[in-house]
Ligand binder design. Sequence first.
Ligand code: PLP
Length: 429
Amino acid sequence: MNRRKSEELYDQAVALIPGGVNSPVRAFLSVGGKPFYVDHAKGPCLFDVDGNTYLDFVSSWGAIILGHADAGLVREAQAAVMDGTSFGACHPYEPVLARMIVDAFPSMEMVRLTSSGTEATMSAVRLTRGATGRAGVIKFRGCYHGHVDSLLVKAGSGLATYGVPDSEGIPADLAKHTLVADFNHIDTVWRIVKDRKDIACLIMEPLMGNMGLVLPGETFLQDVRDLCDRHGILLVFDEVITGFRVAYGGAQEMYGVRPDLTCLGKIIGGGFPIGAFGGSRALMEKLAPLGGVYQAGTLSGNPVAVRAGIYTLTRLKEEMPYDLLRARLERLGNGVSEAAREEGVAYTINSATAMFTGFFNDRDVVDYETAVSSDRRLYEAFFKAMLDEGIFFAPSQYEAAFLTLAHDDGVVEKTVETFRRVFRKIKNS
Ligand SMILES: *Cc1c(COP(=O)(O)O)cnc(C)c1O
């Protein structure tokens, strides 16, 4: 596969942009090689500047669910742009999207929009601190909540891949307020709250998506909910990935556990920059301008992002594609598992509706320990072989893959066949 133009662009970019990328996970450092440069995208595919086509399982890290450049979404976004790209003033689409979100998530009575998931989690944590008058935050090792100072502690994917436990530039005085527990090990949360009475919130991805996909054990979310209630700790679900992806009402609908605050992002902007956080009226009215917790954003509620979000959620609500997506992913998972067995490759798949991770691991992956015990060297060979076959998975073992509505039966079939060829090729590497 010729990637000459991409390589030239990358060489130009690395001189100007740190690592050549505007977000570290886009670099191919952990798998080797240089990233390709996208010319355009359509349906389930990316097309690079050298004319190569890739079946895309990154799907803008989960932000895309209708498929790339969906015709209706493009029309809506074009219409929005024609009406002006930003007002810095109220517009009629804001309460429409807010209504769709609170209708989908019964745990939310009110919601505020931001321009990224990071802003949503940062603001949610601040709100819990303001509401409780406490400073401490509990998070789970391997969960990623954006690049918020106090949440960049033991934070999954990009960081797990590069083996950087904490970011530089975060004062120890701040990091000391972040306590780290282990997902699917409720005893590690008990151990923290036994000694600390100053915990404002526990923030978690209800399905861990940033260590590769790890599902909560049967009672885990309810156990966390109960523990938080007993100690007056506010529970924050970071559903930036899972909201409108694993079910219309996110993981909290799927598992029947209600958090105090929910963070959203990715899908709700239809591919435009967005985030949101929300909860009960009593809690949300503590935000400025009503309350004393300050939170703001020049482009928050941006009309293009909001209209693209409304379009996306409207389609999802009308089509309710979650059973269809789950059935397709099940077919894909079964086919790939069978191929792995027949080729003698240790490969275990975790999946939820329209997201999955295949771990090169002979054990079930149920927590941080088992996730990091996966064979990263084999993943590197897999990533490269897949890319050469025209299928794009994330350049890290510790990421989820995402289906869109454009990943149809034909895509599933082609993907399974390619997995078989790639397993055969890499098993002795
Ligand atoms: C992507 C992500 C974020 C951060 O969202 P950005 O829009 O990248 O700032 C937060 N939480 C989770 C679970 C995410 O996957």
